[in-house]
Design a protein around this ligand. Structure first.
Ligand code: TXA
Ligand code: MG
Length: 319
């Protein structure tokens, strides 16, 4: 059985209204969407992704007015972010109304919400009377998809339709901001840079560093990982032969390693371009069946923070 890939928004809408799953394009990564108000439909998302039920989903809508139907309030500190970044790669964690089933939020009183910036998906949402719950459309723990082909490679036959909106423009997931003990806090770095958020919310803080048991799986260390071992740093030729090594480089190839085993994220050193290519490059290297992939960190600026964060998670291999 193969899942149809196409650009038929009406078809996607009809399937979602029937409680089925459709993969949708966004500017960040492809999502795996279901009617957020339909518990039975949402359960299917967790099944198809093999996602643990304690990992909450993000709810997508196309307007702030509609978002008010399912969140208690948009706090004052968040207003300038809404104004500036929606539609766009920003998720706000807000107090939910009871219309959002508990399964969507894994029992939390809050819900992650965003307005994605993709014309097909905005068109789709416009004609729906319900919002869409949608995590990234990858099996749990694997790299997020940034093309319709990536989704089909992994979820073929298991979902009803893939709405093809081309390659994702941003390429890493949204930045998530919520309140922790009353303080606006960046819970996950992503498509909107820390500096850009702090310019509008001066007292925002970055969620403190390393994994704890109370963290969301989206922030667990071993996440977004390829199958091949990924190491951050320069190749160790004492440990591996050049032919066994892949390179995920920022601007330049390594002369000692076969060129076919290398992906350069941005020859001109542009972080935005690098982010848009990151997950595709990881997937391409992962297909080669090498022993190890060496990845180079990028500058910790703007979206570079999100690139380094995803590299770190991809490099974490449980013992
Ligand atoms: O760019 C994105 O955000 C993409 C596209 C499809 O919108 N979605 C995405 O969803 O990355 P997902 O499911 O892969 O990551 C969702 C993460 C969760 O793992 C969790 O860390 C956080 O969002 N999250 C969702 N609801 C939350 C809540 N109520 N409280 C705290 N964190 C929440
Ligand atoms: Mg995900």
């Amino acid at each position: 059985m193969t899942t149809e890939v196409g650009t038929d928004v009406q078809k996607a809408r009809a399937l979602l209204e029937r409680g089925l799953l459709v993969s949708i394009p966004t500017e960040t990564v492809y999502g795996l969407a279901a009617n957020a108000y339909d518990r039975t439909a949402v359960v299917k998302i967790f099944e198809v992704k093999a996602r643990p039920s304690f990992d909450p989903l993000i709810v997508h809508s196309n307007s702030v007015d509609r978002i008010r139907e399912f969140v208690e309030e948009i706090p004052t500190w968040a207003e300038p972010l809404v104004e500036r970044f929606w539609p766009g790669p920003l998720t706000l964690v807000l107090r939910k109304k009871s219309i959002i089933p508990d399964i969507v939020t894994s029992g939390f009183e809050t819900v992650g919400v965003r307005i994605p910036r993709h014309p097909l998906t905005l068109d789709l949402l416009e004609g729906l009377t319900v919002p869409l719950a949608a995590p990234s459309a990858n099996p749990f723990g694997y790299i997020s998809p940034t093309t319709a082909q990536h989704v089909q490679d992994q979820l073929d036959g298991r979902i009803s339709y893939i709405l093809d909106g081309g390659a994702c423009e941003v390429g890493v997931e949204s930045t998530i901001v919520g309140e922790v003990e009353g303080v606006p806090t960046i819970l996950r770095v992503g498509g909107v840079g820390f500096e850009a958020i702090r310019a509008l919310v001066p007292d925002v803080v970055m969620k403190s560093g390393k994994a704890t048991s109370t963290m969301m799986p989206g922030s667990l260390p071993s996440h977004y990982a390829p199958r091949t071992r990924l190491v951050i740093g320069s190749p160790d030729f004492g440990k591996y032969a050049p032919e066994e090594i892949g390179c995920l480089a920022f601007t330049a190839v390594n002369q000692k390693i076969p060129i076919a085993h290398q992906e350069v994220l941005s020859m001109k050193g542009d972080l935005t371009e690098a982010a848009s290519r990151l997950f595709h490059a990881m997937r391409e290297l992962d297909k080669l069946g090498l022993r190890v992939i060496y990845a180079e960190r990028v500058p910790d600026l703007g979206i570079g923070l999100a690139i380094n964060d995803r590299l770190e998670r991809a490099s974490f291999h449980a013992a």
